[in-house]
Design a protein around this ligand. Sequence first.
Ligand code: C2E
Ligand code: MG
Ligand code: MG
Length: 669
Amino acid sequence: MFLSVSTAAGPFDNKELLAALSDITRLRDNSPAQAYEEACAWLTQVRSLGDSTLVAFGLLTVGRCAQALGRIDEWLDWSGLAAALAEQTDDPDLLRDALIELASATSHMGFPGEALPLFERALVLATDNHDPDLLAHLKTKTASALALLGRLEDAQTLHLDAIELVRDPNLALRLRLVVVGFHCDDMLRPEEAEYHLKAFERMTAIPSLSPRLQAWYLCLQTVVHAINGRPQAMLDSEAALRPMAAYNMNFYCWTLRIVADTLLSMGDANGARTRVNELLQIDLVLESVERVRLLLLRAKLAQRDNQSAEASELTKQAYALARPSAGTQDKLEAKVILTMLQNLESRLQLARSQVEARQLRLEIAKREALLQDREVPIPSLLKELYVLHAQQRSGFQVADMAEIGFHVAYQPYLGLQDLRVVGCEALLRLHHPRHGAMLPGEFIHRLERAGDIMDVGLWVVQQGCQHLAQWPSPGGVPLTLAINVSATQLESSEFAHKVAELLDRYGIAPGRLELEINESFALRESETPQAGLHALQSLGVKLSIDDFGAGHCNFARLIELDSDKVKLDRSLVRKAEQSQREFRGVQSLVRTCLDMGMAVCAEGVETLGQARAMHAIGCSALQGYWVGRPESPQHIAAVLARPAQVWAALLELDTPTKPSADRDHLQTL
Ligand code: C2E
Ligand code: MG
Ligand code: MG
């Protein structure tokens, strides 16, 4: 598998967590249901650490376990979330793995056209990597999508490439099976399927395979016998397969349906009926092409029993499902398009150039048009949560957001002037009834797209003001509260009016509220909604540029925005530790911002070394796990009350004052 441990060993070099992840992956082969449970538990654990890279790994693993259980829908959901999150990390290997997974799920749902560009993008990311096994795996998958799109020649060439490339003997085995499956599908090339199955058998001793691989092999063997017209051999393989069914539910269902089809064509209606009934009871894989085939098979059986009305009803259902413009197929397609949309939107947030951004916007518009054509409204996460929690929604109701699973965590930031916590950033959290605890990277874009971010964002401001009013003022100076806002919240002055009402209701001076807008939106002129921003600034609310330095630095725009603060992206905080040159680069950026009259808060400070480097550079404040993790409002009291002497000792400073020179620090680099 390609969940490369090297990628996961990033900032969290946590051997135990990674070992547990490998155990889960091994477990998936033998006991997929247990692996699924454990993967969910692992995901919950890493979510509490708040590290996006690890969470994306967790999402991928849960998705793969769902796939092993035949829950294709869930597989698509989890891998969609993983890909959206991976877009936001700076880890190309992770993004590649997530794209492969999402593409595979999409293809499996019956949408090779949507899967192909994802595979192709993953191929580009993998080519840089030069890992022949990975390339081979990916080429095989891309070839399968091409074959499903009818581009058989291209598919064949890519398959041959893949088989020549592969080095790892286990992967070689799996690729042979993928190729067999691809030739079996739609029964187009029975001889080729036979040829590759024989090649597989020559490569290995079947009984020594893992149960999952053995089950897969038996499925394919059964199907190859079926499509080559060997009924007895087919039934023998099917009998051997039955005890192993649970190891590969998708393939088992596919096999069972082909066996039933073959039996019916041989006149064994009872044999076919038994298998169809079993499939109906399994209730899996039914939202895919297989469902159409199963319906048609049931129709044939009904016809045989002279139940023409039922046969015609079943046929109608099958065509409705298969026809692209029909109801259920629409819903399926909408779901796939939507997952793609979410991923495009994450990419848009990270777009490095105007050209790329324009291209992505075109793609988004195209897909939104596709959804509109089908008259499928873009589903709102908020609505989904209301339904799942059986709540009625009546306008903006403050309490409801907590009832449907949202809560706010607060992360403190340490002022370096006086060495005390000067404020907290509110970070939204969601406990989804199906997906468990989710980080903002996994759901904010959905709230933004459906327009729900307005209501949820105001609720965050309300919660923040309520808590801020209750917190003590260490050293007599009132704390500030930082709140993240999305560009859509600033499109009109409505948000500013509501914020003014809330500040008034809780008796909070506007200067204590800081609104953080992400650099990628703030510093692109055409995209910053001016009206809402000006209305907020004229209230006296402070403006802060989040993730500053991550890729869109535009000083002209920065001057124009008149922001009060920049939050130095954590990638720069890490860089500053690496060499004197990088330290000086970050230092000059910080100095320029300070000279422009802005405060500079270093984000993502995780170690004492980083804290000292940022202190030496002259940052105004520090935020990150080293200062404190995001916590519930009840749990941050201790860090708020920590006196300057303690912070000075933690920072290993002689006196709790602002640094005057950075020479000492530079010498230690
Ligand atoms: P996070 O809590 O996962 O939040 C991720 C991003 O979601 C935030 O990035 C912010 O852009 C957005 N977000 C969060 N809440 C809201 C909201 O109410 N409304 C809107 N519109 N957007 C929201 P940001 O602001 O840069 O937050 C810092 C992130 O870095 C947080 O992740 C935090 O948990 C994480 N973090 C903090 N300290 C450290 C650290 O030392 N190391 C690492 N690796 N991560 C850290
Ligand atoms: Mg922020
Ligand atoms: Mg940030």
